[in-house]
Design a binder for this molecule. Structure first.
Ligand SMILES: [Zn+2]
Length: 285
């Protein structure tokens, strides 16, 4: 799932390659992807792309005051293409959801792999009031200061993993970077957010900053197609179950939930103790 660094890098890529060009046409191939009806996608035709930015994990493409807002969800992606086919795509076939043609023949596809349809596209005039997910966003993970971050954690009941990935608390962090951040901070994903000492809270804040900033530095300036590989190549614990921790050499472990999982290093994060994996123990009973 694209998180703050990937979405920011996509926005930077679009600022380089799409801003200043005029939208020629927008094709909608996945009807369920479009969450709004006014203004219609067709109203973007003839308008200049004037900006591209990010709000939390949402990508915001400003087309002369009409915002094409994209939430890539778990399996969505933006594919830049120097030459787009001109024939209209067949609706409902394959991963293509939306195709944006620019006036020089280039453009981009918004796609989603798999059967879980989470990709969401909105055409709105005011993203912060018209897109519910944006209206609810907490402060950006790279903009919140240490004091506000500590206060947010203190006021939060529940585990750190859930706190870091709750977009209404702090925005931009998802499943992968929360694992990475907790590993850098040497904190258990199951520790209560409101149980952090002042020192731990500051360590977590620093880990948020360094993890996201490092990823951003690697990704901004990369071609859109390279971002996912770049992200994967630099992970320390996320999606590395059974592999050695790059810090201490212990084996990275996993806790599975109904539709997701987290990874962590016992030596670095939980005093050497493996965390209970509820799903596994239920299966074994
Ligand atoms: Zn370790």
């Amino acid at each position: 799932m694209p998180e703050l660094p990937e979405v920011e890098a996509l926005a930077a890529f679009l600022r380089e390659n799409a801003v200043g060009k005029v939208v020629a046409r927008v094709d909608l191939a996945g009807i369920q992807t479009l969450k709004t009806f006014d203004p219609p996608l067709s109203s973007l035709a003839g308008l200049e792309v004037t900006g591209a930015g990010r709000m939390g994990k949402f990508l915001d493409i400003d087309v002369s005051g009409i915002h094409l807002v994209v939430h890539l969800a778990r399996a969505g992606w933006l594919h830049w293409r120097a030459e787009l086919p001109t024939a209209p795509p067949k609706p409902g076939k394959g991963p293509l959801a939306v195709r944006v043609h620019l006036d020089d023949g280039a453009g981009f596809d918004l796609t989603e792999q798999g059967t879980r349809k989470g990709l969401a596209v909105y055409a709105v005039r005011s993203p912060s009031s018209e897109v519910p997910g944006i209206a609810r966003l907490g402060p950006d993970a790279l903009e919140v200061d240490a004091e506000s971050f500590a206060a947010l954690m203190r006021g939060r009941k529940g585990q750190l993993k859930g706190a870091l990935t709750d977009q209404t608390l702090v925005s931009g962090i998802g499943n992968a970077y929360s694992d990475e951040i907790l590993h850098v901070a040497k904190l258990s994903p199951f520790k209560g957010a409101d149980k952090l000492t002042d020192g731990e809270s500051l360590r977590l804040f620093d880990a948020v900053r360094t993890t996201l900033t490092d990823a951003l530095e690697r990704q901004v300036g990369q071609q859109a197609a390279k971002l996912k590989g770049e992200k994967r190549a630099n992970l320390r614990v996320h999606a590395r179950t059974g592999l050695p921790c790059p810090v201490c050499g212990d084996t990275v472990r996993e806790v599975s939930f109904a539709d997701t999982s987290l990874q962590y290093c016992p030596t670095c994060q939980t005093g050497g103790k493996p965390l209970a994996d509820r799903r596994m123990s239920k299966l074994l009973r």
